[in-house]
Design a protein around this ligand. Structure first.
Ligand SMILES: [Zn+2]
Length: 255
């Protein structure tokens, strides 16, 4: 049976998401920004929490773990490189590992750059990717612990997923990301179309997440740094893609 998902806002602009396997009844929270909204989501779905899959150590992705673990005795899975900075970890994962949530299987991709040990969980059979703060809709995470070249390589791994993969990210930043993206690619028609769609969703109080890898490839400038027109647009024609990426990231930091 296909996986079911339930997305909800936490804290100011964080997303929490539950992933449910209807066959076994298993349910994973992807990250745990805050226990209360996760509890509310469990109550509204009637699902029972069995696992927490952590993408990275930042408090706005992990602060809810102790209370959830105490109440549900769920398993906490976290990136090996960051396990010491994440509470109550039961199992650590690294590149190429698989993680089961009931009958669902995730493949672990190491996607460092935002943090040094950040991972993405890819459920290939369900075409779902949980990218934390690596890839945002029409944006990407700040490069905090890694460097631009590392982050670019992480984004390339995500870009290589099938176009119809649905990507869940850690924050609702899409509208601001689009405003910035249009300064880089003012003539990108896919970006203009996405902008109109996102304005409609936000006006209706609806999430802009998930998007798909195909949508992101068409309109997210951070995934397009190896296109000649994007390099030219930021004055770096013939530069390596990671340098173009670094320039776009710097401009976004200053925006
Ligand atoms: Zn973060």
């Amino acid at each position: 049976m296909p996986a079911q998902t339930h997305l909800f806002l936490c804290l100011k602009d964080n997303y929490g998401v539950l992933l449910h396997d209807p066959g076994s009844g298993a349910t994973a929270a992807i990250d745990a920004p805050d226990a209360a909204p996760v509890e509310a989501a469990l109550k509204s779905t009637g699902w029972r929490l069995t696992d927490i899959l952590v993408t990275h150590h930042h408090a706005d992705h992990t602060a809810g773990i102790p209370a959830l673990k105490e109440r549900h005795r769920c398993r906490v899975v976290a990136p090996q490189a960051e396990a010491k900075r994440i509470p109550l970890v039961d199992e650590t994962v690294r590149e190429g590992d698989t993680v089961r949530v009931g009958g669902l299987t995730a493949r672990v991709l190491e996607t460092p750059g935002h943090t040094a040990g950040h991972v993405t969980y890819v459920f290939d059979a369900d075409k779902l990717a949980f990218a934390g703060d690596t890839l945002f809709s029409i944006g990407c995470g700040r490069v905090i612990e890694g460097n631009a070249e590392m982050m670019w390589q992480s984004l390339l791994k995500l870009r290589a997923l099938p176009d119809d993969t649905r990507v869940y990210c850690g924050h609702e930043y899409t509208q601001a990301n689009i405003r910035f993206a249009r300064t880089v690619e003012p003539n990108n028609k896919a970006l203009a179309a996405r902008s109109a769609q996102v304005d409609t969703l936000i006006a209706a109080g609806r999430p802009t997440v998930p998007s798909t890898i195909g949508d992101e490839k068409a309109a997210n400038p951070f995934l397009r740094a190896d296109l000649p027109e994007v390099a030219t647009a930021v004055g770096l024609a013939d530069s390596p893609a990671w340098k173009v990426f670094a320039e776009i990231r710097e401009r976004k930091n200053r925006a």
